[in-house]
Design a protein around this ligand. Structure first.
Ligand SMILES: [Zn+2]
Ligand SMILES: [Zn+2]
Length: 298
């Protein structure tokens, strides 16, 4: 009898176990492993407690774009160093050095070619494509001036249907009156991308303002070329750096990397703040007052 009770409890526990998302054979290649339901549940709990500025661009403050660079750079290092990490330090430096050189040479050449091939655009190739697409989109918007002294506009997006069932989406755009006017859109894209969105471009059309004033100067083709024109100097002339006197050899393990649990490590990648989701412990930030330590929802 008691045995049955135990079995039943086990069965209930099994049934109540969170179920992972099913495989989507049409979308994912075969053998794709999806995270178990429990892991996903833990992740969503973790991200709920994280300060929203740390992961959502919508909550971005002061254009800090928290974690964008750190996270991506850490990923890049993991990618670059994946095959090299077992090598001696000099070899790692040399591999990174030559890789960087090649990277610069290729991009320098591409930037020069872009300038030659596209005489009538001031933008780099990516932004050239972006602007062409957005200008095309802006033609379909309906713009209405709603400011008095201010240059404020309501930009209405086209709907693909008729009747009252189709909601009309409207954005508000504000263009400053300064010599280099700033622009705002309820969509928030200009602030985050440093590029005008199609709504701003549509408003620009009304006042015959050149859209280039809203494009960050970093996206101009000359700026991109300047990024890749730098010269690097080799270090082999100074020395080979491949001899170490045994007496001088000092190993300093990183204190944060010390293992605190049993068994071998499960991953070899360099850890960064993204991995906190696995480590547990989260910082709470209030959605109302943005203070840390407690949390109130809207
Ligand atoms: Zn917009
Ligand atoms: Zn609060």
């Amino acid at each position: 009898m008691e045995e049955d009770q135990v079995k039943l409890a086990a069965l209930i526990a099994e049934l109540e176990e969170p179920v992972g998302l099913c495989d989507l054979p049409a979308i994912y290649p075969p053998n794709t492993k999806r995270k178990k339901g429990r892991v996903i549940k833990n992740f969503s709990e973790w991200i709920e407690k994280e300060p929203p500025v740390n992961w959502s661009l919508l909550h971005d403050t002061h254009e800090a774009r928290y974690g964008h660079m750190t996270t991506n750079l850490a990923k890049v290092y993991n990618f670059v160093l994946r095959g090299n990490r077992a090598l001696p330090l000099t070899a790692i430096v040399e591999a990174v050095f030559h890789g960087t050189l090649r990277y610069f040479r290729e991009r320098d050449e591409l930037a020069k070619k872009h300038i030659e091939d596209n005489q009538n655009t001031p933008y780099c190739s990516r932004v050239m494509e972006y602007m062409a697409k957005k200008v095309e989109k802006a033609k379909k918007h309906t713009v209405r001036l709603i400011g008095n002294q201010e240059r404020r506009y309501e930009v209405q997006l086209p709907t693909d249907g008729f009747g009252s069932g189709h909601e009309v989406k409207t954005h508000e755009v504000k263009i400053g009156t300064e010599f280099y006017p700033p622009c705002e859109c309820t969509y928030n894209k200009p602030k985050l991308l440093h590029l005008p969105c199609s709504h701003v471009l549509a408003a620009c059309g009304q006042i015959e303002l050149d859209a280039i004033s809203f494009v960050s100067p970093y996206y101009l083709k000359e700026a991109v070329l300047n990024t890749w024109t730098g010269e690097m100097t080799g270090f082999r002339v100074v020395g080979n750096f491949n001899k170490v006197n045994d007496g001088e050899r000092v190993y300093i393990p990183h204190p944060d990397l010390r293992r605190t649990s049993k068994g071998r490590r499960k991953a070899r990648r360099i850890r960064n703040d993204m991995d906190q989701s696995e480590a547990g412990g989260a910082t709470r930030q209030c959605l109302l007052c943005a203070a840390y330590g407690h949390r109130m929802k809207y």
